[in-house]
Design a protein around this ligand. Structure first.
Ligand SMILES: *Cc1c(COP(=O)(O)O)cnc(C)c1O
Length: 390
């Protein structure tokens, strides 16, 4: 029978992979209302607590009053307005790159950059744990596409030996489901030896990492020579929406001329750019947010290891608890939810088979007391799960 959707859905349910959308009925914050229930959440990407910040809200409101709501057209027609342009200049200055280009989403920025840079006859090499948008971009590009072992510069180097045409090496900066950092010094050295370009998607590094929140490139002190294509997203630590690609004058002009996900879409509302200009200022200057976040990360790791949880090698606000089996991961989230805590279970195909996990994310908006509540609940729930009597 064609389009037997009912069977596909039933199979997914039977495999414990069925996804549901929790309905958020409050602003993004540690204390939320979800499906009518008040919960303490550890699952947003609002790492610095800027998504609901009064000054960012005011910038959005004032931006709407001055610039209206809709972008109105694509950037190349008449949708490129002054706030978009100012934000691009501010992001270029922030990243220490000659130019930056604004996109409506990170997914689109990644599709745009990869497909504009490589095509048939070229090569794209990606970390096997890269974000789905990067993997999709590699496939869509039509270039020879190959995945190297996770964060392994040796595995990359052996694939670089066989590369043809222009070669783009693509990696997450902070891996979104594991929280670990890409070994950029080694990856960039391997790429440079073969004349390949390195593209880094630092969706989760901008904000939490670097003395000024400049992300993984600031953390490692890498410039445009090491990382010619730098992507950041604005819906995570920036607390707003959109994304950017930063790089050379020629790179940005190439994207404006050739990147279809840039050309054939309406610009984001200019007021959102006004809000991001404000959140960029807060992200750079309010370093207490990063310091508090780092204290929470250290305390969580210490507390979790005392409970005997399996953590990953992550110095970032992404702190996954490895469970393994999808059904057990769901069981653990249900136990936590019954205690008023919301943590997301991440299952295949988002992560490799057998590596289901709880993806705990921490935010500067969390208090120490809230973190202790999480640790206490985990201490209670984890043994229930291990004994299988929950
Ligand atoms: C979230 C994310 C994206 C997508 O960004 P959006 O703006 O949400 O579309 C891209 N790359 C990585 C690594 C991400 O985590």
């Amino acid at each position: 029978m064609p389009f037997d959707l009912a069977s596909r859905l039933a199979e997914r349910r039977a495999a414990h992979l069925y996804r549901q959308r929790p309905l958020l009925d409050s602003p993004q914050a540690p204390d939320v209302t979800v499906d009518g229930q008040p919960l303490l959440a550890f699952c947003s990407n609002d790492y610095l607590g800027l998504a609901n910040h009064p000054e960012v809200i005011r910038a959005l409101r004032e931006g709407a009053e001055q610039w209206g709501v809709g972008g109105g057209a694509s950037h190349l027609v008449i949708g490129h307005s002054t706030p978009h342009h100012q934000l691009e200049e501010a992001l270029a200055e922030f990243t220490g790159r000659p130019r930056a280009l604004l996109f409506s989403t990170g997914y689109m920025a990644n599709l745009a950059a990869v497909t504009a840079l490589v095509g048939q006859g070229d090569t794209v090499l990606e970390d096997r744990l890269n974000h789905a948008s990067l993997l999709d971009a590699g496939l869509l590009s039509g270039a020879r596409f190959s995945r190297y072992l996770h964060n392994d510069a040796t595995s990359l180097a052996s694939r670089l030996e066989k590369a043809t045409g222009n070669t783009l090496v693509v990696t997450d900066g902070v891996f979104s489901m594991d929280g670990d950092l890409a070994d950029l010094p080694a990856l960039s050295a391997a790429a440079k030896r073969k004349g390949a370009w390195l593209m880094v998607d630092d969706a989760h590094g901008f904000g939490p990492l670097g003395a000024n929140g400049g992300g993984i490139v600031e953390h490692f002190g890498l410039g445009i020579d090491e990382v010619p294509v730098l992507v950041g997203t604005l819906g995570k630590a920036f607390g707003t929406a959109g994304a950017f690609v930063a790089g050379s004058e020629e790179l940005i002009e190439t994207l404006i001329q050739f990147a279809r996900p840039y050309i054939y879409t309406t610009s984001q509302p200019p007021a959102v750019a006004c809000a991001t200009l404000k959140s960029l200022e807060l992200l750079r200057t309010e370093s207490w947010r990063r310091e508090h976040l780092n204290q929470l990360i250290a305390r969580f790791r210490q507390g979790a290891s005392e409970i005997g949880l399996r953590l990953m090698d992550s110095p970032t606000p992404i702190q996954p608890i490895l469970v393994g089996d999808s059904a057990r991961a769901l069981q653990l989230t249900a136990l936590l939810k019954a205690r008023g805590l919301l943590v997301g279970a991440i299952r295949p195909p988002t992560v490799p088979a057998g590596s289901a996990r709880l993806r705990v994310t921490l935010s500067a908006a969390h208090s120490e007391a809230q973190l202790e509540r999480l640790l206490e609940a985990l201490a209670e729930c984890w043994p229930l799960l291990e004994n299988g009597d929950a």
